[in-house]
Design a protein around this ligand. Sequence first.
Ligand code: GLN
Length: 556
Amino acid sequence: MRGAFYDGRRFSVKVIVVSGGVISGLGKGITTSSLGRLLKARGIPITILKIDPYLNVDAGTMNPYQHGEVFVLDDGTEADLDLGNYERFLGQSLVGTHNLTTGKIYRAVIEKERRGDYLGNTVQIIPHVTGEIKRTIREVAQAAGAEVILVEVGGTVGDIESMPFLEALRELSNELGEGHMAFVHTTLVPVVGPVGEAKTKPTQHSVRELRAIGIRPNMIIARGPAPLTADIKAKISLFCDVPPEAVISVPDQPVIYEVPLVLEAQGVGTFLCRVLGLPDRPPDYAAWREFLATYRRGEGSVEVGVVGKYTELRDAYLSHTEAFHHCQGHLGVEIRLQWYDSEDLARNPSLAARLERSDAILVPGGFGSRGVDGKIRAVEIARTKRIPYLGVCYGFQIEAVEFARNVLGLGAATTTEIDPATPEPVVCLLEEQKDRSDMGGTMRLGAQRVNLTPGSAIARLYGRTEIWERHRHRFEINPKYLERFAAHGLRATGMSVDGRVEVFELADHPYCFGVQYHPEFLSRPEAPHPLYLGLIRAALARKEVAIPVAPPTALA
Ligand code: GLN
């Protein structure tokens, strides 16, 4: 019999579980996404689920300094940033059910308990919490119509928080029987000492931990600075009881999109197909390889100044960074990101002078008043020095503030997010939002339609006038100022269906766009976002023009 029956329905989706050992931050999300890519390259319909064992219901309330960027899905879910990796590697959009947290599971169990669904039984971790976890995984897999679901378990094996999830997965593998589940364990093989010796002991310990829970890994993916030697692979195979061909070495890569090919070269796709009884068709990586070949070409370079307040933790701007990688893989030009802390920028004129030498400037999203002066300064530099500019969300709102202050002469202009009593609320809460804000949860979230003005620069960039983009914001451009903006060259050329301003474009400037939505969430290696491509193309064009044909001294 294939699979097992639940409530009379057969469940025959194969499950690949990816756990992590030794330390966090091993790139488990990249590994999981890459495994998905191997199966997708073989034409196998897959889906993917992230388990975050924290008690938060979702990532929406989490500080970017602790967890990196909040990734927004089409349905408005504020998800862990790994969901972004999944979407980018797999080229498919996910919904909120694909990010499972302890908070969601407990909430569901407690709601059922209050409704009396447990018929007077004592509600326990096993079987009720584990049962809820298994049910959710099955539902997500079936709703996606997938043949395989990849389940990444966040955290490190041995953490108290992840225990119920690992227990649930162990139970599931028992219920489904042989050949239905594969466990892939990601670990660190550190290199230590004067001769740079690779150490397998942490891996051995973490596999022992996993086996104590009742899970025997089918494959070990060893992360580390350098490739594992055959000796070390053999040692891990012996001590951790996995076949030698299932010890996989993934050393650090210059760009994460190399990882699927690193795995493929070691036979990972074929091995997993064998374990799970899947058809091992010849994989197709044509477009992927072309992307990487172009990426590596690195002809010429452009420097993009990125101005934000979370610049110390690059993960806070992960989707922007990836969007630039996607451009590099299409244009073959090296894109260097230069990070500017917006608070420092406001204080330090030499940083501003450095920013003036950028080939392009990006001001990403953000919240609150800290660092806002530096962002205003960045927009001013981009506008007056005619440096290609992209303002995203807060970077778009700040563009309006800068324009109102420095072009319209409204010195007090600001957003009511910073000063609720400002006489010039260029960015504010719209009337109908005000009551909603008292109830909380007022952010405009998820994919919404934007209508672009026919014939506008932005419509040319997209090649169409109706687009869908993801949102995550609370404040809006105040329509009261639009006429004055337009009279001075700042035109609103994208509007939401209900009349909110979504896009500004500046006349007489090589490339100056602000967008209320978040284009970074939709950029993919195989389809870079037009706003980022446009920014880099404009930066290249400007650089070419700026290089004099003959230096003036030659004329003397
Ligand atoms: N703070 C702004 C708002 O809430 C912008 C949000 C953002 O950049 N994501 O509208």
